[in-house]
Design a protein around this ligand. Structure first.
Ligand code: SAM
Length: 336
């Protein structure tokens, strides 16, 4: 493939390549050419005279025959369509639980062949179910396991997806909650799972302490492992019912995280009890589009007023769409 290019002595090649990249005129569709003494840097267009000024002397503008760049295949190249999946650690999780075995195997094969980091492909057999919010899975291809280590914001979370809840889809949400926390704060994560809110906060904000509670013994086993894996300090993993644990830590929390969106409203009395005067509840809910926030705010207000306290709503927002006309929302309420 004949292209206009810059012929540059090999020693000066790298700085010139960088300049062309910055100018956005390096042609990435072909491989950079080379012989013993020179590099041939392909161009998408002729550089303007003023652009050439930034390029060191000793270069030539010539034409050269280049080899096309080999493009790494993506799953769509093998399948003819773009499959829906999410990546958790080295596991690809197919999103469509209705896929028949033949199609699931075809997709899994394409994922394993094109994504070198993926070692296992899972298909969910159920939605998130039960008190511990876990799914059941089938291993479609690859290594027969449901355990992996997922990296997020320089933290690592080991999790067995069939035993404890975890989703990478809340990563932005976790960093948003992090931005509310200040050094020296006490944080109670009432439904901590394997620790993605608690560990991120403990690692990033020098809190006085983080109490990470979960009722699922398997989640707490991974939470404890993840605390060690991330060398997180000032964090305590507690296996127990958030309602019972709240009684032991009444009035201590600057922040209470309530990431149990379907049932958080049932625990509002405990969240208020935990919150010190001026502390903030981060309340999650699943609500219909015609009543995104109002009913939830009323529930928080009622819980606070039961013990003579008031609330101030600091922020309310949609986290993500959950189902048709249903949204996962979050409300930040200060309890005075
Ligand atoms: N915050 C974690 C995350 O983002 O990955 C986990 C969220 S998951 C939606 C909710 C968690 O609440 C589950 O791990 C479940 O075991 C836990 N849970 C449910 N009921 C509980 C209770 N009464 N007390 C403490 N934890 C509970």
């Amino acid at each position: 493939m004949r292209r206009q290019c810059i012929k540059v002595p090999k020693k000066k090649g790298e700085p010139v390549r960088r300049i062309l990249l910055e100018l956005e005129i390096l042609d990435n569709s072909v491989k950079i050419g080379a012989d013993q003494a020179f590099l041939y840097l392909p161009l998408t267009r002729e550089p303007a005279p003023d652009e050439l000024q930034s390029i060191p002397e000793g270069i030539e503008l010539i034409e050269f025959d280049f080899e096309p760049q080999k493009k790494k295949p993506v799953p769509e190249d093998l399948l003819g369509f773009n499959p829906a999946y999410e990546v958790i650690g080295d596991i690809a999780l197919l999103e469509d639980s209705e896929l028949d075995n033949k199609k699931a195997s075809r997709i899994a094969d394409a994922l394993l062949r094109t994504l070198p980091n993926i070692k296992t492909v899972l298909k969910p057999l159920t939605p998130v179910i039960g008190e511990f919010r876990v799914k059941e899975f089938e291993v479609v291809a690859g290594e027969t396991r449901t355990e992996t280590v997922h990296r997020e914001y320089s933290c690592r979370y080991k999790v067995d997806l069939a035993r404890a809840y975890f989703t990478p889809r809340l990563s932005t949400e976790r960093s948003r909650i992090l931005s509310w926390v200040k050094e020296g704060d006490t944080v109670v994560d009432m439904f901590a799972g394997v620790g993605p809110y608690s560990i991120l906060i403990a690692k990033s904000k020098k809190p006085l302490k983080v109490l990470a509670i979960d009722k699922n013994p398997e989640a707490v086993r991974y939470l404890r492992e993840n605390i060690i894996l991330n060398s997180a300090k000032n964090i305590k993993a507690i296996e127990g019912d958030a309602r019972e644990e709240a009684k032991k830590f009444a009035g201590t929390a600057d922040h209470v995280i309530m990431n149990l969106p379907h049932n958080a409203f049932e625990f509002l009395d405990s969240a208020v009890l935990l919150t010190k005067p001026g502390g903030i509840i981060h309340y999650y809910g699943i609500t219909p589009e015609d009543n995104l926030f109002e009913s939830s705010i009323e529930l928080i207000r009622t819980a606070a007023e039961k013990t003579g306290r008031k609330i101030e709503i600091l922020e309310k927002r949609v986290v993500r769409s959950y189902a048709p006309h249903q949204y996962n929302i979050c409300i930040e309420a200060r309890v005075i």
